[in-house]
Design a protein. Structure first.
Length: 386
């Protein structure tokens, strides 16, 4: 089998890893990207390990980022995120990855797409998936991004140089509206589950929020245990399907089953003493609420950044399920501390009321990233045809 190759960079961004590709090196027709990205990741793989590609067998390691110059007046580069399925030859572009967003700015500088001065650089990123602007701020020395530093983030060993991400006007990234149905909470009739209260919120990515207690959970469950409970995952997916239709993401249930990336399912519970994957315990006083997230049918080991932002935004809207989980002692403004399987993630969310409607002005957090490898990506020749 003859192989072909194209230039590629492999980077970690936050708690994810992805192939970073220049838009100029890809086929002009986006339909031709699916076989290329699937082959690059090692999909479809019935064994779920992606050993014949760059993927790692979990959704956070099966990602591709495409970057190129931007024609948007408020951006320096365009960034398209591709979520590659593991067991199917399928690529989803309906949502963004907040973690990998942290790698885009440094990549753009290193690859000469953006010229910056030493000191704090700001790269303005237009995410084509959500049609939203992200500002990435990071340190540049001798014309190159600095990766070493003292910032530790939950889920990643070691420390790195902080990268601040500011999501500008994040509301409506997937559906066009912060509250797609106009309600901060409502009831869904879900086959096999029954009538359940949810919050349907779209900030940076769309999510359906459910109370842990309403789905027979405590909110403290770790990913490995959740993965061993197919009945629970099936119930949560049934909720996701109904939420997708209600939010207008999919026209019907069959279509919703095919759109796997959004909405994410976020299980929330009040702050409580929480176990972590490292074996440590988070004190209840060190967090403001507990969250667990599922996407593509898989429980996340660390919260996706876009859904962390969505959770913080939702928690600042009175009456939403995340807001109901906050204790009275939590300050009405300022960052929120989210307890997750890998530790604590602090997220800032600026939310207010305008003309009687909730409005998300911005959301921000810090990540680290690192360039891991660059060279040529080899795929079967037919994957690059077209």
């Amino acid at each position: 089998m003859k192989q072909k190759s194209l230039p590629a960079v492999f980077m970690r961004g936050g708690t994810s890893k992805a192939l970073m590709l220049h838009a100029r090196d890809l086929p002009a027709n986006r339909d031709d990207w699916t076989p290329l990205f699937a082959a690059a990741m090692g999909s479809p793989d019935p064994y779920g390990r992606q050993l014949d590609g760059m993927g790692g067998g979990v959704s956070s390691l099966s990602k591709v980022c495409i970057i190129g110059p931007s024609s948007h007046p408020d951006a320096d580069v365009d960034y398209t995120f591709a979520q590659v399925s593991i067991k199917e030859q399928k690529v989803d572009y309906r949502g963004n990855c907040g973690n990998m967003s942290s790698a885009v700015g440094p990549f753009a500088v290193e690859e000469g797409l953006v010229q910056v001065e030493d000191g704090e650089a700001c790269v303005r990123i237009f995410n084509t998936n959500t049609q939203k602007i992200i500002h990435a701020r990071f340190t540049v020395e001798d014309g190159q991004p600095r990766y070493d530093g003292d910032l530790a983030i939950p889920g990643v060993g070691g420390t790195g140089s902080p990268i601040r991400l500011d999501f500008v006007e994040p509301g409506g990234a997937s559906t066009g509206a912060l509250l797609p149905t106009g309600q901060v909470s409502e009831w869904l009739d879900v086959p096999g589950v029954g009538r359940i209260e949810v919050s349907l919120v779209d900030a940076a990515n769309a999510a359906v929020f459910v109370r842990a207690a309403d789905v027979g959970l405590t909110g403290l469950e770790l990913p490995d245990w959740l993965e061993s409970q197919p009945q629970i995952l099936e119930r949560l997916d049934a909720i996701r399907v109904q939420a997708s239709v209600r939010m207008g993401i999919a026209p019907d249930e069959d279509a919703a089953r095919q759109i796997r990336i959004v909405p994410f399912v976020c299980i929330v519970a009040p702050a409580q003493e929480s176990p972590t994957l490292s074996g440590e315990t988070i004190c209840a006083g060190d967090i403001d609420l507990v969250a667990r997230v599922i996407s593509n049918g898989q429980p996340h080991r660390a919260l996706p950044l876009t859904i962390s932002l969505c959770t913080a935004v939702a928690a600042r809207m009175q009456g939403s399920l995340p807001a109901q989980c906050l204790s009275a002692s939590v300050a009405p403004q300022g960052p929120l501390r989210l307890g997750m399987p890998s530790g604590v993630l602090t997220v800032g969310a600026e939310v207010d009321r305008q003309d009687g409607q909730w409005h998300a002005r911005a959301g921000s957090f810090y990540r680290t990233a690192r360039r891991l490898f660059d060279g040529r990506l080899w795929v079967p020749g037919q994957a690059l045809e077209g």
